[in-house]
Design a protein around this ligand. Structure first.
Ligand code: AMP
Length: 398
């Protein structure tokens, strides 16, 4: 069985074609600048075929999907002989609200429900819907499955997901913590249980997804019990460009003082804040590491704040779960920055954690970076959201 995994953004579309017998990625690629001019990078990963990397006209997502299918099936760049070899399509959908606690086969009622969740993710859900419609237009009746970023967090208890505002905003408007990165937290937590050789039902895990956007998740017995992102992905940790937790009074103060509109204010909090805003250097942790090493105090402060927040939120989840067996680092920063992992690990001495510097310098593989005698284990596990989407798609259509 071969499954096409699609992650559609407003002007981009990422894809992977996965052979589910072996879970091998046959080809992957990225359409960019859809609706502007268009560019496709298509990389076949089997059969020694060349990479296609050119500007092509992509007026809408339909032309993008058509171009992807064309490349996947072409003699020169292809990895399958025809579209009929693609058994199903799995779509990443950002927001499933309270309607979706797991992945689901897409039909008209599901499309309507995803549409209803659009006010919660006004930038993302419409792009995901466009991607699904484009696939329908090009691929006809191929079965399709939606996998939601929010679904894994639907097991949170009400005491964790409620905000302390008048209850009618929850009842009438759905104002609550939803959480994001659920597919990633789900993948690394189940992989961690495998690596520990224990049933996930017996484990208390804290997963730290640290990339451009960052979130932490408390997973007790395989179920999410708390997470740091909220109604939107703006809150929790300070991120590349997002502010993380912030007193709402600051918003009122700055809007009054500088005459910002709410859109201008949110643009600052989403795009100009986080480690970029504090450092004034970059949102990229590699640049921050370089700048801090050269003595840039604000880059150092931004990194210190990030480490502190990860440790502080993770510590609160130890309290929430009354213990922890393992802590997981994943995503761009978590998988690649040994300095970040060592700095955060340094806060976990009270848990009996010691980071092994040799294990901590490995890259690109699942690895336990705590010393064998550490009471609480620490793992680096490269995330694989596409594989989760492909597995869910296979399970649902089978
Ligand atoms: P993601 O959102 O998971 O793709 O992560 C992207 C982030 O990973 C980038 O913004 C970088 O800051 C970070 N990153 C990637 N490679 C490294 C590295 N070698 N050291 C530190 N940070 C890295």
């Amino acid at each position: 069985m071969k499954i096409l995994v699609i992650n559609a953004g407003s002007s981009s579309l990422k894809y992977q074609l996965i052979d589910m017998e072996t879970e091998e990625v046959l080809a992957k690629g990225l359409c960019e600048r859809i609706g502007i001019d268009g560019h496709l990078k298509h990389s076949p990963l089997v059969g020694g075929k060349p990479v296609f990397n050119e500007d092509i006209s992509l007026p809408t997502h339909s032309e993008a999907i058509a171009a992807v299918i064309d490349k996947l099936t072409s003699a020169e760049y292809g990895v399958v002989s025809s579209m009929s070899e693609i058994d199903a399509v799995g779509h990443r959908v950002v927001h499933g609200g309270e309607k979706f606690a797991s992945s689901v086969r897409i039909d008209d009622a599901v499309m309507a429900a995803i549409e209803e969740c659009t006010p919660f993710a006004p930038l993302h859900n419409p792009a995901n819907i466009t991607g699904i419609n484009a696939c329908k237009a090009v691929m006809g009746d191929v079965p399709m499955v939606a996998v939601f970023d929010t679904a894994f967090h639907q097991t949170m208890p009400d005491k964790a997901y409620m905000y302390a505002v008048p209850y009618e905003y929850y009842q009438n408007d759905g104002i609550r913590r939803y959480g994001f990165h659920g597919t990633s937290h789900r993948y690394v937590s189940s992989r961690c249980a495998e690596l520990m050789g224990k049933p996930i039902e017996e484990l208390k895990l804290i997963s730290c997804h640290m990339g451009n956007g960052s979130s932490i998740c408390a997973i007790d017995g395989g179920r999410c019990v708390d997470t740091s992102m909220g109604f939107t992905p703006l809150v929790g940790l300070p991120m590349g460009t997002r502010c993380g937790d912030l007193d709402a009074g600051v918003i009122q103060f700055l809007m009054n003082k500088y005459g910002y509109s709410i859109d201008e204010m949110l643009n600052i909090l989403n795009k100009k804040s986080g480690v970029l805003g504090v450092s004034g250097v970059s949102s990229d942790f590699r640049d921050l590491d370089d700048a801090a090493a050269k003595g840039n105090d604000r880059a150092r402060l931004a990194l210190d704040m990030f480490h502190y927040w990860v440790a502080k939120v993770a510590g609160s989840y130890v309290a929430a779960m009354n213990g922890v067996d393992a802590i997981i680092f994943t995503a761009g920063v978590g998988e690649n920055s040994k300095d970040t992992r060592a700095a955060i690990g340094g806060y976990f001495g009270y848990l009996g954690v010691t980071i092994d510097p040799v294990a901590n310098s490995k890259r690109g593989e699942d690895v336990m970076i705590s010393t064998p005698d550490s009471k609480v284990k620490v793992f680096v596990i490269p995330t694989n959201e596409e594989l989760v989407i492909a597995r869910d798609t296979r399970d649902i259509i089978s």
